[in-house]
Design a protein around this ligand. Structure first.
Ligand code: MN
Ligand code: MN
Length: 320
């Protein structure tokens, strides 16, 4: 990849050029463009909540994440990553979902991501409810074949049906397995917890070959060793990272629809995303931010930061 000296790379609008509370409301105040053409990575919003089962509101997630991202600066002081020195990145806006029809919306998303991937850009998605990961994975697998998956969530999202429906925010990973989109023995579910309908609720994935790391196994410790193990087990397979904000404890991230206590800390969230450095990441998403339940904006703020951290661990983010 060319360096900044050889081609003009987009930079986030700095706080000394325009006050941080002003300017265009794009992710990180990056330039916006209509397609992913010419980009190495892109931020894209999917403003949907018609797959949610409890509190709605995630249709407002992309806007809130973009608003809270205005404080983000280009350099990662902890990891040394300088993604905008190595990659062309822009915000390509939102997918024009059909808010009256979930099944049509799923197909709209797959088509939109097919276009992004055809441009050679790695998509980082601002959600939106977790239904969206299924159609994104369809497009990802069409390009890369079945992928490894790191799924951070309070919930397994492997229900067969919800209220009789196959498509909902609690079913995406069951559908993904059925469609052959995943390398089942390279799927890692981290942070699962809460009450269930039956004692074996988390076993469906295990029976497919998933590794399930319940929240209780994450309590009181660093997750860096877990991520080292996951990296070793994934190897050089293409990987998709899907991060449900409700994996975090509601003390940190109350602004979401299906809240469970005893969750991960923001520090553990950072360890998970930073622990993806070195993997062949082919896409990622941050889902289930629900601004109506987020009066401080902190849930969206965490979401914006985790998306930036995803950008920092893309394979192209550190290439010269
Ligand atoms: Mn989820
Ligand atoms: Mn969840």
């Amino acid at each position: 990849m060319n360096t900044i000296a050889e081609r003009s790379l987009n930079q986030p609008l700095g706080g000394n050029q325009m006050p941080r509370f002003a300017g265009d409301a794009t992710m990180m105040r990056l330039p916006g463009q209509e397609s992913a053409e010419g980009l190495d990575a892109c931020f894209v919003g999917i403003p949907m909540d018609i797959g949610t089962s409890n509190r709605a509101g995630t249709r407002f997630g992309p806007r809130a994440i973009r608003a809270e991202s205005s404080m983000l600066r280009p350099f990662n002081m902890a990891t040394g990553a300088a993604p905008f020195s190595h990659m062309q990145v822009a915000d390509i806006g939102d997918v024009a979902i059909n808010t009256f029809d979930l099944k049509k919306t799923v197909d709209i998303i797959t088509r939109a991501y097919g276009g992004i991937l055809d441009c050679g850009a790695v998509p980082l998605t601002l959600g939106g409810d977790h239904t969206l990961t299924y159609p994104v994975l369809r497009a990802i697998a069409a390009k890369h074949g079945p992928v490894a998956l790191i799924h951070v969530d309070a919930h397994a999202d492997t229900n067969d049906v919800m209220f009789g429906e196959k498509i909902a925010h609690g079913t995406p990973f069951r559908r993904a397995v059925e469609d052959g989109l995943l390398i089942n023995n390279k799927v890692f579910q981290i942070g699962l917890r809460g009450t269930g309908y039956a004692p074996d609720d988390f076993d469906w994935g295990r029976n497919q070959g998933f590794s399930v790391v319940p929240a209780e196994e994450c309590w009181h410790k660093s997750l860096s060793p877990l991520m080292a193990d996951i990296r070793a087990r994934i190897g050089d397979a293409p990987v998709y990272l899907t991060y449900d904000i409700d994996s975090l404890d509601p003390a940190f991230a109350p602004g979401t629809g299906t809240v469970e206590i005893g969750g991960l800390t923001t520090i553990q969230g950072l360890e998970i995303v930073r622990g993806c450095a070195g993997l062949n990441l082919v896409g990622g998403d941050l889902v289930e931010v629900s601004p109506p339940y987020d009066p401080s904006g902190n849930t969206a703020l965490i979401g914006a930061n985790l998306l930036y951290e995803m950008l920092c661990v893309l394979p192209g983010a550190s290439s010269q």
